[in-house]
Ligand binder design. Structure first.
Ligand code: PLP
Length: 450
């Protein structure tokens, strides 16, 4: 065992050390070579060292260098070294983090990590929280708590009786709502399309003047950080407009919520602490390994009412908080270990510096590309930059050339009718020199694409 695990560690380190100098996207040949994994189910045991060798030799070259310094696609944070180390150790612990009594160590780490998160993100200290797979499930958690409360106020128990015959719930979203919120609404029986869509402005921010009047059970989903522009809904104004009439406000802050951790950026999140529930990702801007999302709910009983289950074989009396009372999963890995390690390693100042550095790098991208004649389609308020290289065809050709060149990787989007390249700067590993190297590659690709 020792030799195998040391080999895995050595291979992992070699992989990570190679990231800054390799092409970011896997070579077509490396992807074709993946057939080596295939074949019939082995009839008997295979040598473990040989299995690890195959994984590394064939798997490593076929990865996208998302953990490296020049991956700017989607919103993907690299893993801080301490978080990968903590992940390895927690993997060795192999704890099922469902219950406090059998796994007090990880339950305690998660309890402390949640307290630190509420502090860092400037959310009310008496909120509860849950470690889930990602912001999609965090949205599901927050909205499940919302569904519970707005129906309980009418005397309806949705967990017991479902939605058949329940009073209707009005769900209000912005015109640029992230599809994961729509998916969560669908999973909760509230409907992906059965929503009131509020018109947005040119940055994707909900227009407060276009909010409908609130009547009856209502959930309003706002956004902190649009996936294209990085823009924030005017959350303070929305809360002031809808909460007096009893609406629940849920914030999808998959990456934008982390702006609250920076004194320089926290104005973007003004009023966010007035909401009722929040979803975010640690695997985005806290730079912990996949997967790790976070749901926070102001009223702990609401999330517990939506999620907790009991059974004769599960311990009902607990010396501490049972994490599974707040999560959709019963069994799960102890995601909070890496979060605790990240926050301990960075501290308040290090976290703010990471967020601010990535935002400064986004502005550096925008400044250099704009000076070279590219059009920047968004106000660069956070870590997202939308770049047009000309018409839709030229922009698509340029993005394909950038991806093939391998210096960096950024994806394509269409923002309010305009085809654009999305740059998202979300990794601790990115330096200003990486930005400059990437800008040069982008401009080279633009020139070559006519
Ligand atoms: C605003 C927003 N919400 C939700 C999500 C979904 O996050 P996840 O993929 O971690 O579930 C994303 C992903 O980028 C996002 O940007």
């Amino acid at each position: 065992m020792k030799e195998l695990l040391q080999d895995a560690a050595a291979r992992s380190v070699r992989y990570l050390e190679g990231l800054p100098t390799r092409a970011v996207a896997p070579a077509p040949g490396a992807v074709e070579a993946l057939v080596a994994f295939d074949g019939p189910l082995p009839a008997g045991p295979t040598d473990d060292r040989e299995t690890l060798r195959l994984l590394d030799d064939v798997g490593s070259p076929a990865t996208m260098a998302m953990a490296g310094p020049r991956f700017f696609g989607f919103v993907i944070g690299g893993s801080l070294p301490i978080t990968l180390a903590a992940n390895w150790l927690a993997g060795a612990w192999d704890q099922n983090a469902a219950l406090h009594r059998p796994t007090p160590g990880v339950a305690q780490l998660e309890r402390i990590a949640l307290r630190w998160l509420l502090d860092a993100l400037r959310l009310p200290a008496d909120c509860t929280g849950a470690f889930v797979t990602g912001a999609t499930v965090a949205n599901l958690g927050g909205l499940a708590a919302a569904r519970h409360v707005v129906l309980a106020r009418t005397g309806w128990n949705v967990e017991a009786d479902g939605l058949f015959g329940a009073p209707p719930i009005t769900v209000i979203v912005g015109g640029e709502v992230h599809p994961s919120v729509a998916k969560s609404l669908g999973l909760l029986g509230l409907g992906r399309s059965r929503v009131v869509k509020v018109p947005v402005d040119g940055q994707g921010r909900m227009r407060v003047d276009a909010l409908p009047a609130i009547a009856g059970p209502t959930i309003v989903c706002v956004q902190a950080g649009n996936v294209n522009t990085g823009a924030f809904d005017p959350i303070a104004q929305i809360c002031a407009a809808v909460q007096p009439a009893g609406a629940w406000v849920h914030v999808d802050g998959a990456f934008g919520l982390w702006a609250a951790a920076s004194p320089a950026l926290s104005a973007l999140t003004r009023g966010i602490e007035q909401a009722d529930s929040w979803a975010t990702d640690a695997h985005k801007w806290l730079n912990v390994p996949y997967d790790c999302g976070l749901a926070f709910v102001r009223d702990p009983h609401a999330l517990q009412a939506a999620m907790a289950i009991t059974a004769e074989y599960l311990p009902t009396e607990s010396p501490g908080r049972n994490p599974s009372d707040f999560t959709p999963e019963l069994s799960r890995r102890a995601r909070g270990v890496e979060v605790w390690a990240a926050l301990r390693s960075l501290g308040r100042a290090g976290l703010a510096e990471l967020i601010e550095r990535n935002c400064a790098q986004a502005r550096r991208f925008a400044g250099k590309l704009s000076a070279a004649g590219c059009e920047i389609l968004n106000e660069v308020v956070l870590n997202q930059v939308l770049v047009s290289f000309g018409d839709a065809e030229k922009t698509r050709r340029t993005i394909a050339a950038i991806q093939a060149d391998g210096t960096c990787w950024a994806g394509v989007t269409v923002w309010q009718g305009r085809t654009a390249m999305r740059i998202s700067v979300s990794s601790w590993a990115t330096t200003d020199a990486d930005v400059d190297l990437s800008v040069d590659a982008m401009l080279r690709a633009a020139r070559a694409s006519g």
